[in-house]
Design a protein around this ligand. Structure first.
Ligand code: 13P
Length: 256
C-alpha cells in the first residue's frame, strides 16, 4: 500500500461567479467533506478565497491559490503575497502552471523563488511541470521535465531539502483543456521518471512520500484508470472541477 494519500484538486482557473463557487463548494462539503481515503482541494480565483474559506468551514476541504508573488510585501502593483494567501485561509498554492508559464511568461527562476517563498511562509506548493506536444514529438519529454524540476526547485535542490508535504503536478500541455488525456501508461511513465528524479536528488524517503498529481482532461470516465497507476497519486482537475456532477464522481473515484 502506498503511504501517499490520494489528492483530488480542482483548479477553477478564471471561472465561476462568487455565487456559483459558493454553491459548488457547499455541495462538495455536503457530499465529500470528511471523506477518509482522499484529500480534496479547491483553487478558486483570488477574489473568492475568503468567501470559499468560510463555506469550507471545518469540513477538511483544503484551499489553494492559483499563483502568488515571491515577496511578502512591497511595491508590486497587481500582485498577491504569500502572507496574504495565508491570511485568506489558504494552506496550498499552485505554482508554475503551464498557463502561467506560457501566457504570462513565468520562468523556472521565478517559480523557484515562489516555491521557496511558499514554503517559508507555511504554504504547501503544488509545483506544475509538463511538456508541449512539440517537445513530446521531438522525444524531449524527460529532458524538459528534468529541466523544469531542476529549475523550479533550484534552491531546495541546493540545500537537498524538500519538505515531504510538497506536491508536484505533471500536466502535459497538450492534454490541458483539449479533451486529449495522456493514456494512463504515458502518464505513469513520466510520473515514474519524476519519482526516480526525486529519489536521486532528495533520497528515497522523499521519493516515497511526495505526491505527484496528474492533470490534463481528467474526467469521471478516466480517473479510475489513471489512479490505478502506481506513481499517480491524485489529479489536478480543470474543466471537470467546475460542476458538481463531474467533480464529485472524480473525488469519489474509489467508489465507482
Ligand atoms: P483540464 O482538466 O481542463 O484539462 O485542465 C487541467 C489543468 O490545467 C488543471 O490545472
Amino acid at each position: 500500500m502506498s503511504e501517499r494519500k490520494p489528492m483530488i484538486a480542482g483548479n477553477w482557473k478564471m471561472n465561476l461567479t462568487l455565487e456559483q463557487s459558493t454553491s459548488l463548494v457547499k455541495t462538495i462539503v455536503k457530499e465529500c467533506g470528511r471523506l477518509k481515503g482522499v484529500e480534496v482541494l479547491v483553487a478558486p480565483p483570488f477574489t473568492a478565497l475568503s468567501t470559499i474559506k468560510e463555506a469550507i468551514g471545518d469540513s477538511g476541504i483544503l484551499l489553494a491559490a492559483q499563483n502568488m508573488h515571491w515577496e511578502l510585501e512591497g511595491a508590486y502593483t497587481g500582485e498577491i503575497s504569500p502572507k496574504m494567501l495565508v491570511e485568506a485561509g489558504c494552506s496550498h498554492v499552485i505554482l508554475g502552471h503551464s498557463e502561467r508559464r506560457n501566457l504570462f511568461f513565468e520562468t523556472n527562476d521565478t517559480i523557484n523563488l515562489k516555491t521557496e517563498a511558499a514554503i517559508s511562509t507555511g504554504l504547501v506548493p503544488i509545483v506544475c511541470i509538463g511538456e508541449t506536444l512539440d517537445q513530446r514529438e521531438q522525444g524531449q519529454t524527460s529532458e524538459v521535465i528534468r529541466e523544469q524540476l531542476e529549475g523550479s526547485l533550484k534552491n531546495l535542490l541546493e540545500r537537498k531539502n524538500l519538505p515531504l508535504s510538497t506536491i508536484l503536478a505533471y500536466e502535459p500541455v497538450w492534454a490541458i483543456g483539449t479533451g486529449k488525456t495522456a493514456t494512463p501508461d504515458q502518464a505513469q511513465e513520466v510520473h515514474q521518471f519524476i519519482r526516480h528524479w526525486l529519489d536521486e536528488n532528495f533520497g528515497s524517503r522523499a521519493a516515497r512520500a511526495i505526491r505527484i498529481l496528474y492533470g490534463g482532461s481528467v474526467k469521471p470516465g478516466n480517473i479510475r484508470e489513471l489512479m490505478s497507476m502506481p506513481d499517480i497519486d491524485g489529479a489536478l482537475v480543470g474543466g471537470a472541477s467546475l460542476k458538481a456532477h463531474s467533480f464529485l464522481p472524480i473525488i469519489r473515484f474509489q467508489e465507482n
